[in-house]
Write a protein that binds this ligand. Structure first.
Ligand code: PLP
Length: 467
């Protein structure tokens, strides 16, 4: 057994920190496989999880456990990691996690972590400022974008049907969203009691971007059928393609018809930090609510999301019509956030992001976003000039491409590729067609890496033809 005191902590922490420093450098240099996939059963045996529980973790065996564990991690800092929209964390976030592991400040009640609560409010204010909502706006941190979408749509319901909290959701409420809205939107619609049929698709273009004229048509069609629109949802940007919906046109339409406009932008909101790419978020100020993840493009370890509201009052009235004063009846030294969120106890989500912001800087984050998007553009040029490959032009750091789709199943190609452990990529469907998908998350991902990836795909496809 490991004693729970400072001496034991220091002894083991030094070993762990030394190993993690090496892990960071090895991953970043690409000198280890990006991932080594094993079956869950095999890996559970390799980790000797039973033995450690029976015999106890100690100063002696901690390094062995760590070694096996780290060998079977997804190496996010690796230049060939191009899989999902998960942050490649800055070390600032690791420092915050280290402190949290001992101090364990649960967020929600100001008294339970006053300093942490200040950092959290600071980052919310900083984000509000970036959107241009600092005067009237408000925000709350949630455990992830999915919960954030539920929270924001609950606020939309409170506005469209203020009695719904007490009497239940009226059956004519609907939500309009593009077909490629993240699945958490349809889940939220069902969780909120509207029923999944109440999520009405806004038709999109061939690359799945909302067509504003179609929004008008669907709106009129639904109104004529006696439906009430609770919210219009747009992507900033779409999980699959990385494409942004035309926020300004949609926002203007929503203003004109007094509709709640929610922008699901956990990934793309970071474009607000880049002069070069800020136009992708043009019109965001017309939204009523938006979602922004620090654990996607702002280098914060999983997870840290904020729901931002243009009007703080909308946040206050989300969970019960009385919340706006109930939580202010007593004299308070600071603000409790329980009235505005689904969760009761929360981790110090914003604290981690505060450390990253302080350590890496706003400029650093903006440059990071910019570099990754620039990389994606260069890689696009490389991919389309390679015989057999087709690729969609990127708007962010997400690239969708295919290799000889008439001959090869893209899912099979990816499966074989990631088993080799040299590259990690994902796939997506666009208008029913399967694409290979790159999310460029590392500045060190180079053209040489992409050339190597394309060659590997070609080699795998040739081998499958020979079989
Ligand atoms: C557009 C969009 N919305 C919501 C989510 C869910 O966010 P989270 O993974 O933080 O729950 C994602 C995740 O990829 C997303 O891309």
């Amino acid at each position: 057994m490991i004693e729970n005191n400072g001496k034991a902590y220091l002894e083991i922490a030094q070993k762990i920190i030394g190993r993690m420093a090496r892990y960071l450098d090895e991953s970043s240099s690409g000198s280890v496989p990006v991932v080594q996939l094993r079956s869950q059963q095999e890996l559970m045996e390799m980790l000797k999880l039973d033995d450690l529980i029976a015999n106890g973790l100690s100063t002696e065996n901690v390094e062995e456990l760590l070694e096996t564990y780290l060998a079977h991690t997804m190496h996010l800092h690796h230049p060939a990691y191009m899989g999902h929209q998960v942050a490649v964390p800055h070390i600032g976030s690791a420092f915050a996690e280290m402190i949290h592991g001992i101090a364990n400040q649960p967020m929600s009640i100001y008294e339970m972590g006053p300093a942490a609560a200040c950092m959290e409010q600071f980052v919310i204010n900083w984000m509000l400022d970036k959107v241009g909502w600092s005067e009237e706006g408000g925000g709350v941190l949630t455990h992830g974008g999915s919960l954030a979408n539920i929270t924001a749509l609950l606020s939309a319901r409170a506005k469209a049907a203020p009695e719904a909290w007490r009497t239940g959701t009226p059956d004519n409420l609907i939500v309009l969203a593009p077909e490629n809205a993240h699945y958490s939107i349809s889940r939220a619609v069902s969780i909120l009691g509207l029923g999944s049929d109440s999520l009405v698709e806004i038709p999109t273009s061939a690359d799945e971007v909302i067509i504003p004229g179609e929004l008008q048509r669907i709106y009129l069609e639904q109104i004529q059928q006696g439906r009430k629109i609770m919210a219009v949802v747009a992507n900033g940007c779409a999980t699959s393609t990385g494409y942004f919906d035309p926020l300004r046109e949609i926002g203007m339409f929503c203003r004109e018809h007094d509709l709640w406009f929610h922008v699901d932008s956990p990934h793309g909101a970071t474009a607000l930090l880049s002069e070069k790419y800020i136009d992708c978020m043009d019109g965001i100020e017309l939204a009523d609510s938006m979602v922004w993840d620090a654990h996607k493009m702002m280098r914060t370890s999983t997870l840290c999301t904020v729901v931002l509201y243009k009007e703080r009052n909308q946040m206050l009235s989300t969970f019960t019509q009385k919340a706006s004063y109930l939580f202010h009846e007593k004299e308070m030294l600071g603000e409790d956030t329980m009235g505005y969120q689904v969760e009761c106890t929360k981790a110090g989500l914003g604290v981690k992001f505060y450390w990253v912001l302080a350590a890496y800087g706003e400029e650093g984050l903006g440059k990071y976003y910019e570099t990754l998007c620039d990389h994606a553009k260069q890689f696009y040029t490389l991919i389309i000039s390679t015989p057999g490959f087709e690729c969609l032009p990127p708007q962010s750091n997400i690239l969708c491409f295919r290799y000889q789709p008439e001959i090869h199943d893209q899912l099979t190609l990816r499966e074989a590729l990631i088993r080799e452990g040299q590259y990690y990529i994902s796939t997506t469907e666009i208008k029913g067609k399967r694409f290979l998908r790159l999310v460029i998350m590392n500045e060190s991902t180079s053209k040489a890496i992409i050339s190597g990836l394309l060659a590997a795909i070609k080699r795998i496809s040739q081998a499958s033809e020979a079989d």
